[in-house]
Design a protein around this ligand. Structure first.
Ligand code: CMX
Length: 429
């Protein structure tokens, strides 16, 4: 992994120079302020973090380095991991080096197979996935070196990267084992050394041998890989890692955040939502029926899954990329048709709902991603967030590697009480 490490080091050195300049010239310059509404409202819009792996523009969506989605959606997931960490795409030999390493480390240890098989069936697959990542924690080279007192601060990132590659290498086999053993009740499929990482995941899930399924899995992995630093899962993972908890701990923690219905679980909820519509109105619901159904849901106090976003203020470009894939590969799918009709109906309703309080009435990625997985044979909805989690682990790992390379300290913002705040407001009057 020498070339990969060298390229990541170059990126860290470059970012480090920028940081040194900012601290030297502008260490005390104020670049933002915080309102009472932000303090009490989930810190929405508060600029309080620096994340150098990706950036979400409210109107243009996800950027990795300087690349927007149309410029990277056709890449391999491992190329995206390279981009997240090194800020550039790998050339052919650099990619081959990383792929070789991923293949070399792909095998699961025996104790993990025993662990997977013994997991209670009633657990949600996300719980299983998070537990399995945690169960691998003893593999952490960072932890071993740190505990042996062999690590200098400047080397932390390098061993985070070692752990990241080992963890990512194992995720296809691990996730596919959960799917096959616990959801399909079938035996796992063997790893295929001649396939790329994403195609291996598609192959080991074993539900659809078509090449377009591998294409979908790769696209899914690429589109969900990272979404800057402030979302629940990425932030949780980074906070945990900032205490020098290794990447297995940090990833498991991030996955636990992703499992929430307002975050990664929304894709599963979305498909249930669409299936509920089909059960009630048939597979080709009219827009009038959808309009009435959505209003009913809102009146019952439920959110419309797959719509809205904390940062985006337009249709999520990841939604658009999936829609284009669906139009190419399964244009007649009744599920896809209903996604399209909802896209026509829901934004108009959300725009006026709660007197225009919904900041973004447009769809996010979760409004469509589950539909495509379902169409291609992943029939267990509970597994969709695991797919999201596999991909998001790329981002968790890259963010921590870069942050430790830049010597970022433990994260510890200050919290205050209502009393403190009210006293401060009184003083400000
Ligand atoms: N349906 C109904 N109401 C919605 C809504 C939706 N899809 N999106 C936002 N709102 C409501 C909020 O619940 C909030 O109401 P209250 O003030 O009464 O609590 C109000 O509109 C303002 O919220 P907001 O500023 O627009 O949105 P937030 O930044 O607070 O929340 C999100 C963002 C994604 C949690 C929210 O839009 C939502 O719950 N969406 C549905 C779930 C979903 O699709 N989640 C996946 C997001 C992508 C991801 O992270 O994976």
């Amino acid at each position: 992994m020498e070339q990969f490490k060298n390229n990541v080091k170059k990126r860290i050195d470059y970012l480090g120079m920028e940081i040194a300049w900012m601290l030297r010239e502008h260490g005390k310059t104020v670049v933002g302020e915080v309102s009472v509404k932000q303090l009490l409202g989930g810190m929405r819009g508060l600029t309080a973090l620096v994340c150098n792996t990706s950036y979400v523009d409210p109107y243009r969506g996800l950027f990795i380095s300087d690349y927007a989605i149309p410029e990277f959606e056709d890449k391999l997931p491992e190329e995206i991991f390279y981009l997240l960490c090194a800020g550039k795409f790998p050339n052919e030999t650099e990619l081959a080096e990383l792929q070789e390493e991923l293949a070399f480390r792909a095998e699961l240890p025996d104790y993990l197979w025993t662990f997977i098989r013994q997991l209670p069936r009633h657990l949600h697959p996300m719980t299983m996935f998070s537990l399995c990542v945690l169960a691998l924690e003893g593999e952490s080279v960072f932890k071993q070196k740190y505990e042996a007192g062999e690590l200098g601060k400047s080397e932390y990132w390098e061993y985070m990267l070692e752990d990241a590659v080992s963890l990512l290498a194992k995720l296809p086999a691990l996730a596919a084992a959960i799917y096959r053993i616990h959801l399909l009740r079938e035996e796992p499929m063997d790893y295929h050394p001649s396939l790329d990482w994403g195609s291996n995941l598609a192959h080991m899930l074993g539900v659809n041998p078509e090449l377009s399924f591998a294409e979908l899995v790769r696209l899914y992995m690429v589109l969900h890989c990272d979404h800057e630093g402030g979302n629940v899962s990425a932030f949780t993972s980074r906070v945990v890692n900032s205490a020098l908890s290794n990447l297995y701990y940090a990833t498991s923690a991030g996955l636990n955040g992703l499992a929430g219905p307002l975050h990664g679980l929304a894709n599963q909820v979305c498909l249930r939502f669409i299936r509920g519509i089909h059960e009630r109105f048939g597979e080709s619901p009219g827009t009038d029926q959808l309009d009435a159904f959505v209003r009913e849901e809102l009146d019952a106090g439920r959110v419309i899954p797959g719509y809205g976003h904390a940062v985006l203020r337009v249709t999520d470009p990841r939604f658009t990329a999936f829609m284009e894939f669906g139009n190419r590969h399964c244009p007649n799918s009744p599920f896809l048709q209903t996604v399209k009709k909802l896209y026509y109906v829901v934004p108009n309703i959300l725009k006026t709902y709660k007197e225009g309080k919904v900041a973004n009435p447009y769809p996010n990625v979760d409004a469509i991603s589950g539909t495509l997985l379902y169409q291609f044979g992943i029939s267990h909805f509970d597994f969709y967030t695991v797919m999201f989690g596999i991909s998001r682990t790329f981002g968790f790992c890259a963010q921590s590697i870069i942050a430790l390379g830049l010597n970022q300290p433990i994260i510890r913002p200050k919290s205050v009480t209502n009393k403190w705040l009210m006293d401060a407001l009184e003083r400000a009057e």
